[in-house]
Write a protein that binds this ligand. Structure first.
Ligand SMILES: C[S@@+](CC[C@H](N)C(=O)[O-])C[C@H]1O[C@@H](n2cnc3c(N)ncnc32)[C@H](O)[C@@H]1O
Length: 302
């Protein structure tokens, strides 16, 4: 048991903190905007005083490129959700939602039903920090779960999930915290939930080479990759949420395929740098590229 001041939300706060920092940049310089992140982050007022430029500089002294990696992940999923939901998707399930605020900050169709899935403690804290008149709250249902102990399908169905409706699922920054078997079972549950529909899935995963050859998880010339890996994994373990599962691209492809999904994209910050950062004049130099986590989009095989 960790003595952390965080109550199961240390890593959820960590990601929200990067969204807060990015939201402090000038509108023509930022790649995402999350006006709600500040509600969830310990020390948010200090970060707001420090500002975007200095906070990013400080972060880059510790783990170069990690801020850019995390906000790139968020933007990649935002784009995926915004382009998919107006077409044929009627339900959105956010697995391990933490302090994700997509339900409230993106322009989503009013018919889209959103299920936020996470541990009860994290959801209680989240709900205590947002107001009843936050945009689109009427379309959000909170589903409390511990992926290790509860059945996702049972919890979703009892919360009003409709098996006949095409659904989009996102699992952002979660797979490294759960056992491989748990991820497999979760995917099996999802395959059972939507056997015939035109569903889509996003998952991020940490490259298993993080253990064997950390250098390949960063850009050419990245300074001290072993130190960066140690800092990230130690920080997560110190808040009671150690990284325990790592994958190869083939493993993820096979796992999704066995569970009725076929991979259509597998990207990292290196692939998205010119798409997201170059247009705002922030192209990330090669020796700052952080690509140990991959972003995967898959669609239902049917
Ligand atoms: C790094 S945070 C990411 C949060 C959010 N997806 C984001 O990107 O802002 C990981 C999230 O996974 C959730 N999580 C980890 N293990 C879990 C489990 N066994 N059952 C349910 N949720 C879990 C945590 O509570 C946390 O909110």
């Amino acid at each position: 048991m960790s003595n952390s001041i965080y109550r199961k939300d240390g890593t959820a706060q960590g990601v929200a903190k990067q969204r807060l920092i990015e939201s402090l940049a000038k509108p023509n310089k930022r790649i995402i905007y999350d006006p709600y992140a500040k509600k969830f982050v310990l020390g948010a007022n200090i970060i707001r005083l420090i500002g975007h430029k200095f906070s990013v500089w400080l972060g880059n002294k510790i783990v170069p490129g990690m801020h850019e990696h995390l906000i790139c992940r968020t933007r990649f999923i935002d784009d995926f959700i915004e382009r998919s939901t107006p077409i044929d998707i009627e339900q959105y399930v956010i697995l391990g939602a933490g302090y994700d605020s997509r339900a409230h900050r993106l322009k989503l169709p009013s018919k889209l039903k959103i299920f936020e899935v996470d541990q009860l403690e994290v959801q209680e804290r989240k709900r205590s920090r947002i107001s009843d008149n936050i945009p689109n709250i009427e379309n959000v249902t909170y589903v409390s779960i511990d992926f290790n102990h509860h059945s996702l399908s049972e919890q979703l169905l009892s919360a009003g999930f409709d098996r006949s409706k095409p659904t989009i699922y996102t699992m952002e920054g979660v797979s490294q915290y759960i056992e491989k078997e748990t991820l497999n079972l979760t995917l099996k549950e999802i395959a059972k939930l939507n056997p015939n529909s035109n569903s889509k899935f996003f998952i991020s995963y940490v490259n298993k080479l993080i253990k064997e050859d950390p250098r390949v998880c960063f850009g050419e010339g990245y300074s001290k990759p072993n130190k960066a890996v140690k800092f990230i994994t130690d920080s997560s373990a110190n808040v009671g949420e150690p990284w325990i599962s790592f994958y190869s691209a083939q493993e993820i492809k096979d796992l999704l395929f066995q569970n009725n999904f076929t991979v259509i994209e597998n990207k990292t910050l290196a692939d998205l740098n010119s798409k997201y950062f170059t247009p705002v004049g922030r192209t990330i130099p090669e020796n700052y590229i952080f690509k140990l986590e991959h972003f995967v989009i898959a669609k239902n095989k049917n």
